[in-house]
Design a protein around this ligand. Sequence first.
Ligand SMILES: Cc1cc2nc3c(=O)[nH]c(=O)nc-3n(C[C@H](O)[C@H](O)[C@H](O)COP(=O)(O)OP(=O)(O)OC[C@H]3O[C@@H](n4cnc5c(N)ncnc54)[C@H](O)[C@@H]3O)c2cc1C
Length: 476
Amino acid sequence: MTETTRTYDVIVIGGGPVGENVAERARSAGLSAVIVERELLGGECSFWACDPSKALLRPVVARADASRIPGLDPAVAGPLDVEAVLAHRDRMSSYWKDEDQVDWLNSVSVDLVRGHGRLTGPKQVVVQTPEGDDIALTARHAVAVSTGSRAALPPIPGLDTVRPWTSREATSADKVPGRLAVVGGGVVAVEMATAWQALGSQVTMLVREHGLLERMEPFAGALVTDGLREAGVDIRFDTTVTALAREDGEVRITLADGGRLAADEVLLATGRAPQTRDVGLETLGLTPGDWLTVDDTFRVTGVDGGWLYAVGDVNGRALMTHQGKYQARIAGAVIGARAKGEPVDDAPWGTHAATADHAAVPQVVFTTPEVASVGLTSREAERSGRRIEVVDYDLAQVAGAHQYGADYRGRARMLVDTERNIVVGVTFAGPGVGELVHSATIAVAGEVPLDRLWHAVPAFPTLGEVWLRLLETHRG
Ligand SMILES: Cc1cc2nc3c(=O)[nH]c(=O)nc-3n(C[C@H](O)[C@H](O)[C@H](O)COP(=O)(O)OP(=O)(O)OC[C@H]3O[C@@H](n4cnc5c(N)ncnc54)[C@H](O)[C@@H]3O)c2cc1C
């Protein structure tokens, strides 16, 4: 075992999309930076989450859209070409190789150390390489933990014996299971149920709650439920799994009501947990396994000296790549400013404060129909005690929706803060709404007064005309 020591201005533990961006932004601020990565540079998003899942879903969503268009419907009536879809997914996952991302990292002059990184004390990290060597790293200014999240598995008796699918297997499997049971009703569950049902599995969803996508507006979950059921998915609400076993090659599932179910594979899509169990947090008095709590500049609270940052999924603020990369842009810049003794602008909406994490996090669920949202839901608005007007509109009444086919179903909701006369939340559900979300994000993050939004004219005939209809409804 050899021990070498290297010093950098900034050490980033975890080379997912977020860690890559923290390092690149620190580098553009004139600091030296190194990334420690134990698996593939690019992280969960590139290889087992966003990219492969959207590659599986794109053909499904495109086919659903095409099947509503007169003249096109017969051409897409048959089953998907499974081999071609999986090959597309493999290509979009770069065949689980990270050479391209390593080339990019070299091009921005950030170093890479492969291995498992652990904090050993203030500004100290030791990397255990795959060869068994230890490399000691010292940071002059900051260490950023960007170790991401992993699937959180519930303590179901028999879990160890069934080799369940997590989001990793659900996005990288190369065989279509005849019967797939999906436990959970959140985003990963609905997206993967959509994909595998379309690829030929008989999917059964076992959902503990009373609806899907419970964190979003209820109409979104209801429309996605209809879409999944029409595609042939068996959805069972208020259903808790109490035991799992693999017998004779199949998974046997016992339910709380005494019911039983057999499947070829079971996907546990039951939430995420931070990857902080083995990062050396205990050496700083923090608790391994916890989410890392941060301020709006991503400094971990309770760590003396303000040198430890936590960026991306690991801080639990918004578990999405685009929002993590936003955090990374801010963290890299503020680390640079602090290192150079420059002023830090951490007032709300300032250059160095991730205010959008609280007010304007966009999300798209790539199901049939799609869901797109940003900002508050009506439930959250109610809890916040603000004076809110809820404005609903039937998306099927928008001229642009007619171009999507006669049986378009969808709904839009806009939440207006009536004291400030601005939009604080928007949810769309319906075919094609994913591409609408950025208009809503601009309205919410920009706090655009409704009187000015009235002058933002949507093009005819697009789905964007829903903005005009929402504003007209609001004006009464
Ligand atoms: C199925 C699925 C689909 C998703 N789809 C989308 C989507 O469409 N759009 C979207 O915006 N988000 C999506 N997400 C969320 C997105 O994947 C995450 O928000 C994103 O990957 C978080 O990036 P990150 O860099 O914080 O963490 P990660 O991508 O998890 O990367 C963390 C990295 O740290 C490394 N690491 C961990 N511990 C150590 C250690 N001790 N030493 C060295 N390296 C370490 C890991 O190997 C990993 O490479 C999806 C998630 C799932 C599960």
